[in-house]
Design a protein around this ligand. Structure first.
Ligand SMILES: NC(=O)c1ccc[n+]([C@@H]2O[C@H](COP(=O)([O-])OP(=O)(O)OC[C@H]3O[C@@H](n4cnc5c(N)ncnc54)[C@H](OP(=O)(O)O)[C@@H]3O)[C@@H](O)[C@H]2O)c1
Length: 223
C-alpha cells in the first residue's frame, strides 16, 4: 500500500485523486483547510488546518502528520492546492497576483520542505501546475498572476528535482488538462478522467524522469 499526501483534498481534483487512490487500495492523507462531507466520508486520513500560505500552519503540520495514524512515511506528496484569478491588462489587481504567487508558487515549496522529514527515502513529489504557466505555449496573453505563478512554480520544481535527486526523491510537474471544477466554473473534461491520467503519471514518476513536465494525458509539455 502506497501512502499519498494530497493538498487541497476537500474538493476538485484533489478530492477526486483521493477517492481514486483509496479505491485502488492506497492510503491517502487528505490535507485541507477545512474538510468537506465527501472528503470526510472518503476514508482518507484527514488533516484540517493546512493552509499552504501559512508558516504557522506549516509549523504544526509535522506534528499532525506524525500523529496521523500508523506513522508510515509518505511515499507520494501531491501539491495540488491552487487558486486562479483573472487579471487582464485593463484590470490588474496586484494583491490578487501576490496571493496567487503565495498559494501557487510558494505554497508547494513550503509544503514540500515541511514534509521532507516525513517522506520515504524513495519518495515522489508532484506539483500540479498549469499549461498556462508555459511561456512557449502562451498564445493568448492575460491571466498575469496565474500564468506567472505557475511559471514560477515550474522553476521551483526543477530546483527541487535537482536538489532532491541525491536523496532519491523524484519531482514531477503535472498539468491536469482543462478540468470541470469550481476553478473553471465546471467547464472542461470530467475530473475523473483528469485524475485517472494524473495517477498514471504519478505511477511513472521516477529518478530517471525527474524534472519532467507532463500533461495528464502523458504528453511532455514545453517550458
Ligand atoms: N481545473 C482546471 O482546469 C485546472 C487546470 C490547470 C491546473 N489546475 C490546477 O489544479 C489544482 C487543483 O485545481 P482545481 O481545479 O481542483 O480547483 P478547485 O476546485 O478550485 O480546488 C482548489 C483547491 O485548492 C485549495 N486551496 C486553495 N487555496 C489554498 C490554500 N491557501 N491552502 C490550502 N489549500 C488551498 C482549495 O481549498 P478550499 O476548499 O479550502 O478552498 C481547494 O481544495 C490547482 O493547483 C490548479 O491551479 C486546474
Amino acid at each position: 500500500m502506497t501512502t499519498y499526501a494530497i493538498s487541497g483534498a476537500a474538493r476538485g481534483i484533489g478530492l477526486e485523486l483521493t477517492q481514486q487512490l483509496l479505491a485502488r487500495g492506497d492510503r491517502v492523507i487528505g490535507l485541507c483547510r477545512q474538510t468537506s462531507n465527501a472528503l470526510t466520508k472518503s476514508g482518507a486520513d484527514v488533516i484540517e488546518g493546512v493552509d499552504v500560505t501559512s508558516d504557522d500552519s506549516m509549523q504544526h503540520i509535522g506534528e499532525l502528520i506524525s500523529h496521523s495514524s500508523d506513522r508510515k512515511p509518505i511515499d507520494v506528496l501531491v501539491n495540488n492546492a491552487g487558486i486562479l484569478s483573472r487579471e487582464n491588462l485593463d484590470n490588474l489587481d496586484f494583491d490578487a497576483m501576490r496571493r496567487q504567487f503565495d498559494v501557487n508558487s510558494l505554497g508547494p515549496l513550503r509544503l514540500t520542505t515541511t514534509l521532507l522529514p516525513y517522506l520515504a527515502s524513495n519518495a515522489r513529489v508532484a506539483i500540479i501546475t498549469s499549461r498556462m504557466g508555459s511561456i512557449a505555449d502562451n498564445g493568448s496573453g492575460g491571466y498575469y498572476g496565474y500564468r506567472a505563478s505557475k511559471t514560477a512554480v515550474n522553476s521551483i520544481a526543477m530546483s527541487l528535482a535537482r536538489d532532491l535527486e541525491s536523496r532519491g526523491i523524484a519531482v514531477g510537474l503535472l498539468h491536469p488538462g482543462m478540468v470541470a471544477t469550481d476553478m473553471t466554473s465546471h467547464n472542461g473534461i470530467p475530473v475523473a478522467e483528469s485524475a485517472a491520467g494524473l495517477i498514471q503519471r504519478l505511477d511513472e514518476l521516477s529518478l530517471e524522469n525527474t524534472g519532467t513536465w507532463w500533461h495528464a494525458n502523458g504528453e511532455v509539455l514545453p517550458w
